[in-house]
Design a protein around this ligand. Sequence first.
Ligand code: ATP
Ligand code: MG
Length: 451
Amino acid sequence: MARKPSIMIVDDEEIVRTSLSSWLLEDGYDVLTFESGKLALEALGKKQFDLMLVDLKMPGMDGLELMKEVKKSLPDMPIIIMTAYATVDTAVKAIKEGAFDYLMKPFDPEEISLTIKKIMKQQMLEQENVYLRKELAKQFQFHQLYSKNKKMQEIFELIKTVATTDVTVLIHGETGTGKELIARAIHAESLRKDRPFIPVSCASLTETLLESELFGHEKGSFTGASNMVKGMFEMADRGTIFLDEIGDISPKLQMDLLRVLETKEIVRIGSAVPIPVDVRVIAATNKDLRKGIENGTFREDLFYRLNVITVDIPPLREKPEDIPLLIDQLIEKVNIETGKSVKRVSEDAMALLMQYRWPGNIRELKNVIERSVVLAKEDIITLNEIGPCVGHISRAPAAAGDLSLESMERSHVAAVLKQNNWNISTSAQILGIDRTTLYKKIKKYNLEQDK
Ligand SMILES: Nc1ncnc2c1ncn2[C@@H]1O[C@H](COP(=O)(O)OP(=O)(O)OP(=O)(O)O)[C@@H](O)[C@H]1O
Ligand SMILES: [Mg+2]
């Protein structure tokens, strides 16, 4: 915080406002005082505050009501509730509803000073932390892709080198691994970046439709062709065409495509006139095209034309180090979209996410996190949200990623503890071990209860 930290005091008693503000001014803070919740809320819309000191009992809107209102728009605002009637009950209620701390009247200036210093320091560290994490994430970002994985970093380097040439690239990877993002990154790095990037899904269309989609057709070339229509190759002129799921195209189209790659010309359906096109071709597949060659479903000559450069994207289960990084990015994105302020994933939920096999790769992770952020009741995503998505599968041994007994045991123990609110006796009973053994396992696996 470069500017002076600013503190808002809300109390209906003037003597409290003046004495408190004079102490805090002395401590070097910027202080503004308000005599009601209503005035405080108005001020919050106009100026940024770092901390609020709020009296519990006030006529009109009381402290807890004010806090609820504030948290709606400023969920991270630290609020200290002040009260002369402090009972354990009110204090607990205040904290439960989101107060950072509470102070008893009459005040001890020293105590106030210390409490506030502590909060300011914590705020500063949190901001620094967020900043550092963002800076770190940038290092692992390449266009819209994030990865710490060594193979992925090599792919990013490869893309930078080949992007400025016009060579065809064949991208191979399981579903949801980011094939399209890689294709877009190649385009974005190339000299063609200001021209169109045209994705065509080769699997979803019939042969005739795909042919017309790719090469266009002349008016009257078939029933229903009432106008001349340009194909994707012509639309992508001087840009990039992305042929997704290339493994699924028919033998005839394989031949047509080969001809386009060799002659750099297309012929619209119903025409005999070749039209020159300047298009960079990127193709993707989740199949093993070499197998297709072996069993005669994919042309070998086309394969070698496409496969000048291969990018082989590893599946998510082979790069678990990317899971926390991707989760951070996804949480931040969904927070912005939904106005939530989810901070992280609890430790036991993370353990489950790390050992899950992710058959749908990053797309699946994205769905799970988006759903969990929306469902999260507090600012931490827990097993409650994650469990229903991945729990049943990860428990089936055949589908688990890290199959070591230790890792399974760790996440199982964590899950049972969590389900039982860390009640050691109950958890030990469910696990069928005694309490001492459970304590040893907690220590061994470094398990911690989420606050
Ligand atoms: N490295 C990455 N960093 C961040 N997001 C990613 C990354 N890889 C993939 N994604 C996201 O995952 C989702 C799937 O990516 P994409 O569509 O590129 O995969 P795909 O391999 O083309 O999938 P499919 O085989 O199903 O067509 C997208 O939402 C994409 O934004
Ligand atoms: Mg795709």
